[in-house]
Write a protein that binds this ligand. Sequence first.
Ligand code: PEP
Ligand code: MG
Length: 526
Amino acid sequence: MAAPPSLKATGASPGVATGPAYVAKPMAAAASPPSSLSGHAELGDAIKKAIGELRDLAAGTDLESGEIIEFQIEVLQDPTLMEMAGARIDAGENIVFAWVGTLDGYIRELECAEEDQVRARAVDILDVKNRVLSILTGAPIDDFPAGSIYVGKDMEPSRFLAHDWSAGGGIALYAGSAVGHVALLARSRSVPMVIGAGPFATEKGQHIGVDGDSGIIMLQIAKQRATPAPLDHRPTRMASTADNGTLYTADGSQVLLAVNVNAPDEVDAIDVATTAGIGLMRSEFAVTSLADAANEEKQFAIYRHLLDWAGGRSTTIRMLDIGGDKPLAGLADVPSLRGIRLLLARPEIARVQARALLRAAVFGSLRIMLPMVMFPSDVDDIRQIYREESDALARRGLPHRMPPIGMMVEVPAAALMLDEFESADFFSFGTNDLAQYLVASPREGADFTLYQAKAVPAVLRLLTQAIRLAGSKPVSICGDMAGDPSLTADLLAAGIRHFSVTPAQLPAIRSAIVGLKADGTTAAGE
Ligand code: PEP
Ligand code: MG
């Protein structure tokens, strides 16, 4: 039998351990909205509480561990941190972002230091950051299952100390340091540890091994859940004998039928083989508070869940369409902006989501979609954010990739000018907002239903023109009109070949498509 694939890295603590991989979350999670948190006093209290927790942790441990914890306490007692975060709060930043921004700046400085010893302290600051963040947001710092192999960029000392190593287990790090605190602790507790492996993909629960003597990580592909191939070499749809997401009109034109999802667990009830993947995931239904918006790990887990479900099929996740008439809990203090306008006005929100999406993109065929785009510069500006965050992830050694970035076509000014949107990779028509803004109506209520119905001819004319302006770029439709079987013929005639509809509408639209010719007429020519 062939030996399991392995990676050559550097041993940091001797010994051999095997077990299921635990792929770490680099940042502590946030669960409840910090809506009542606003200022210096709250941050001061959170820091005091963090110091108290660290003192408790130090009380039950040995001298060496106690010194490591004492270092973290000193960091938290440094008034400069409070001053820097306080200045951000005074400048109008939310307390959570103020803390994260301050500490991230500190971590970046340390990561760029020349001496190994100084660079190794970055993870201590990450530890401190996460502890206070967890207090501010109420989200606990996760432990990981006893006996597993911890996989991550680095490991925070307090995570090592809080973990029960009596059942064995080991540590495999993409980066890490042999002179860092965790390596010291691992050697003193005989926990095998390998560092400097570089980013590598492994699935949670997959059995792997670390050999701290020879510095090798053994990647066993055990229970079949293969590591995704690089996206560029993978088909966007998996071949399947029961692929109901790829349809053919009565005269043989191919049409894709994808699904719209809101809450991430909606997909669990849908058979992926009946779809061409996700045509629209409204992330604002999963990221429902400011705490969620600040929580890269929570978002990463959500996007990863969707990509895992899609199993290589195209997965279009729309950035937060929040603000204005789609309020986000805890974000009451922003001007009345919505979608891309808000994301560009509050880039700290866009940046967290961008990082989560860039990291999730490694695990499937992700497409990022921008909401309420008005002007070509909107796409350019957000792309710049993605480039910067991608560079930052690369510096931190975290696996990520840049997916296609496309846009909703739901603002009439954009629909009329699609040929100008050079930096959009694809377009998806949002007929709900398009109809609303074409007839100058509020979005809700009986009036809107009436106006929306009356606006159909205008929307169809706009779609037909816009599809021509889109040239060779992929075009789809994800607004409610896509799920109305009485409009399928008109949409086919307008040139739509990619529909995305709510799960309940899949059967109706499937049978409408297969009963029509590509020009929207029936087989009998009507
Ligand atoms: C739309 O406007 O058609 C759309 C799909 O977006 P939402 O309904 O989320 O505004
Ligand atoms: Mg919309």
